[in-house]
Design a protein around this ligand. Structure first.
Ligand code: PDD
Length: 315
């Protein structure tokens, strides 16, 4: 089995993610007319299940896409997919889970009334591991020059939809300039976020991050950091508009996302940030992981190591 095998589940049917399963007229494929979420496990249990499910429903409501499945049904499907992935690959570590719900197929045309019924696809693979070099040196980011984050009155960044073309174009520009990821400005020229992560900085004992109003995804990692984890790491929180001119004043920089939790950033354009072992972001990372471990320890029902047989789940 190839080491990059991804297990898929389309509408309840298990298959390799290399196999076709969605119709060419599916609106997720044609228009990005879809919503999605990404979870990861800690201690083989799904972290922040409720928060991601709530955001999925919210994204669905925002685009007038009613999600017809109960969260308990989707949880069973995810567990089924996780079990199939383990069986195929022998993988025993933590997993990445992506659930994408499209408006479905139908006659070609933008009108949402043409859609027949929603489709879901679950993808399971190992949680991506950061290279030792990136952990040591931190990521290299660049502020996008040719493109801005969508303003909330267009394709609202608060909706986690299947349409990431703006982010894809930003990432392309960043890669072309030799960076690992992009930092988008909004139309007011303030910092927003990276291609698939929120961003935060440390100055003194304060964690600074753009407010939701800047036009960012309300990240679940970001929310836990702001509400709980920053305090545990001895940091106060300052949510406020940030201008790129401030980049030279920060001590440390990081990306925040489900798959990365707290990921050190070493360089943004010409500005260097601390990533040595004394940097405060390491304490934040440790505290985040402790928070996640503690949170899943109270939720055995979120274990992906259960098996689903005849609709009954055993742990
Ligand atoms: N990305 N901003 C954007 C644009 C994102 O796509 C994501 C998540 C985040 C961080 O959100 P959270 O902490 O809830 O994961 C911020 C996921 C991980 C992805 O697309 O893989």
């Amino acid at each position: 089995m190839a080491s990059n095998f991804v297990q898929a589940n389309t509408g309840g049917t298990l298959h390799s993610a290399d196999d076709a399963s969605i119709r060419p007229v599916d609106r997720g494929f044609l228009y990005g007319d879809a919503v999605y979420e990404v979870w990861r496990t800690y201690d083989k249990r799904i972290f922040a299940w409720d928060e991601h499910w709530a955001r999925l429903k919210k994204s669905g409501n925002s685009i007038h896409l009613h999600i017809p499945w109960a969260d308990s049904l989707m949880m069973n499907e995810i567990i089924k997919t996780g079990a199939a992935f383990r069986k195929q690959t022998g993988h025993r570590g933590e997993v990445y889970i992506r659930l994408q719900i499209s408006r479905g197929g139908g006659s070609i045309g933008l009108d949402i009334d043409l859609a027949e019924s929603p489709e879901f696809v679950i993808l399971v693979k190992p949680v991506p591991v950061l290279s030792a070099e990136i952990m040591q040196k931190g990521l290299k980011l660049t502020v996008a020059q040719t493109i801005r984050r969508n303003p909330p009155l267009t394709l609202n960044p608060a909706w986690k939809t299947g349409n990431y073309l703006n982010n894809i174009m930003g990432l392309r520009e960043a890669k072309q300039r030799g960076a690992n990821d992009v930092l988008f400005l909004n139309l007011n020229g303030e910092l927003t976020e990276a291609s698939t992560s929120n961003v935060a900085f440390i100055v003194g004992n304060s964690l600074v991050t753009p407010p939701l109003e800047a036009g960012v995804l309300p990240g679940i990692t970001r929310a836990h950091v702001i509400k709980t984890v920053a305090q545990s790491a001895g940091l106060s929180v300052d949510e406020r508009p940030i201008s790129p001119a401030e980049l030279e004043t920060f001590d440390e920089a990081m990306l925040l996302s489900t798959t990365k939790d707290v990921q050190p950033v070493g360089l943004i354009d010409g500005f260097r940030y601390r990533v040595d072992r004394e940097a405060k972001l390491w304490r934040l990372k440790t505290e985040f992981q402790a928070f996640a471990a503690n949170s899943v320890s109270r939720r055995p029902e979120l274990s992906v190591q259960r098996t689903v047989e005849d609709g009954r789940i055993s742990i």
